[in-house]
Design a protein around this ligand. Structure first.
Ligand SMILES: C[S@@+](CC[C@H](N)C(=O)[O-])C[C@H]1O[C@@H](n2cnc3c(N)ncnc32)[C@H](O)[C@@H]1O
Length: 481
């Protein structure tokens, strides 16, 4: 049996001996070992010679066992110094056993603080490099002693778990990491708004792990809260967030890398919220596996910025002009030109400037960078084919093959995929705003060449037939790169 399996035995023994009322009052819902392993897998392994680990509300110590086990496994030379805080003396026996085991197995130095975490945290200036926690869930009444204490130090939270998170963050050194499993209620809504603003300001979210069937994670402890695991770094905001999804804590996960601003805003943290959302993400992760780069394709932003190119733009056709396409030309999934728009629809320039701003004739997939809030779809795409070169406005992204047009049938396949409800649902789960950036498209996964060929060869036209075709082709056709 390894460290974690023995900690799991102590956890289940402890759980069985707890009085249910006391357990609920103290928020003693211990983490199953598979979930503990997931939580401990998220932070980066520190690079220094030693690491100070804090486990507030340690219970029987399963999170400490999981993180020490991982750190020691990945960096046997790392000096681990663990501090656990647990105010229920009933748990101290089991917790001490876990700490001894951790110390013997990993050489870690261990310390048990048998005090109330809030009061201890507010009274010490100690700092840590890694905080790992499953904090207790308990509403904080506004007149309670705890609430008064927290407010006096500038922490405004409606629940004990958020107080633990806020204090954990405060106790981190700059660049230190906190990983926690919590209810997801702090991620939106007004109750947690001040807490969320402060958290998002003080730390960057690196990874989020969500469970499709959240009620199953703590099945043996009776918790039906929706749980989520978040790993963050103090004073450092990454460019991307990795979002993991698995059915529950014992099944395989899929993950996606999403631009930071699409996931984390002070007003809202966007992660799959419903089982339907999670299912949409899982479906996409299973069936669309190719990046644009895998397909030999690229996405670029249109090169013509209208106010910088005024002298090259014409409302009406002039000899030698080529089509100038902007977002207004994309309607109902089709690119039409000319449409008699108020904006210039033609482009003409000398050879040198034309060579910088035009793309050669061919077939391209165009995608609007900004869709209006009221637009039915988040991703608005159309194909464009012309023999002559063409100018694309910089409010459009276009998919191409090394700067040239792409295979027309695959372009139509991409168009069908991008216009499917499956893609729209998937995209909305992650995107809080109405922009579709080129980097989003670079990180997205698409059907294989074969699947694109099949999609492109179908007669699908209306939404219903597009969705049915995407479902049939992606669910059944083997993925071939
Ligand atoms: C949700 S359990 C998690 C236990 C353990 N970390 C795990 O993951 O299995 C929360 C723990 O915090 C402890 N706790 C609750 N309030 C506390 C407080 N004010 N100070 C310290 N520990 C507290 C509880 O006794 C319980 O063991």
């Amino acid at each position: 049996m390894d460290l974690l399996e023995r900690a799991e035995m102590r956890r289940t023994k402890m759980l069985a001996s707890l009085d249910p009322d006391e357990q609920a009052a103290r928020g003693q819902y211990f983490t199953p070992h598979q979930a503990a392993r997931i939580i401990a897998s998220l932070p980066r392994v520190p690079e220094g010679a030693s690491v100070r680990v804090l486990d507030p509300g340690a219970g029987s110590g399963i999170l400490t066992a999981a993180i020490a086990d991982r750190l020691h496994h990945e960096r046997p030379d790392l000096r681990i110094r663990v501090t656990v805080v647990e105010d229920d003396a009933v748990l101290h026996g089991a917790l001490r056993e876990t700490l001894e085991d951790v110390s013997q197995r990993t050489g870690a130095t261990v310390r048990l603080v048998g005090r109330d975490f809030l009061r201890w945290a507010l009274s010490t200036s100690e700092k840590f490099d890694l905080v790992i926690q499953n904090p207790p869930y308990a509403k904080l009444r506004s007149s309670s002693e705890e609430q008064t204490l927290l407010r006096a130090s500038g922490i405004v939270v409606p629940n004990m778990y958020a107080a633990f998170l806020a204090l954990g963050l405060r106790m981190l050194s700059d660049g230190g990491q906190q990983v926690a499993i919590t209810p997801r209620s702090w991620m939106n809504g007004t109750y947690y708004s001040q807490f969320r603003h402060e958290l998002v300001n003080a730390a960057g979210v690196d990874k989020i792990y969500t469970f499709e069937s959240r009620s199953k994670v703590f099945k043996d402890t009776g918790v039906l809260q929706e749980s989520i695991v978040v790993s963050m770094t103090k004073c450092h905001t990454p460019e991307y967030v990795t979002v993991f999804i698995s059915r529950d804590h014992s099944s395989k996960s899929s993950h996606r890398t999403v631009a930071y601003d699409d996931v984390v805003t002070p007003d809202f943290i966007h992660v799959p919220a419903t089982e339907e959302d999670a299912a949409a993400v899982t479906w996409m992760a299973t069936h669309a596996t190719q990046s644009l780069a895998d397909l030999g394709l690229s996405v670029s932003t249109g090169r013509v910025v209208d106010f910088r190119s005024r002298d090259m733009l014409y409302k009406d056709y002039v000899p030698g002009a080529v089509p100038m396409l902007n977002a207004s030309h994309l309607r109902g999934g089709v690119a039409r030109h000319p449409i008699g728009s108020k904006k210039p629809e033609w482009f003409r320039a000398d050879e040198e400037r034309a060579s910088k701003l035009l793309v050669p004739g061919g077939t391209y997939v165009l995608i609007k960078r900004f869709s209006a809030k009221e637009e039915r779809r988040r991703v608005v795409a159309a194909t464009w084919t012309s023999e002559r070169p063409v100018a694309f406005d910089n409010k459009l992204n276009y998919i191409h093959e090394s700067g040239h047009g792409m295979n027309p049938r695959e372009a139509r396949g991409l168009w069908i995929f991008l216009n499917s409800s499956q893609l729209d649902h998937y995209f909305r789960v992650f995107s809080g705003h109405t922009q579709v950036n080129a980097t989003d498209l670079r990180h997205m996964r698409f059907p294989s060449h074969l699947q694109l060929q099949m999609l492109g060869g179908s007669a699908a036209g209306n939404q219903e037939s597009i969705d049915a075709t995407v479902d049939a082709v992606l669910s059944t056709v083997e993925v071939l790169a």
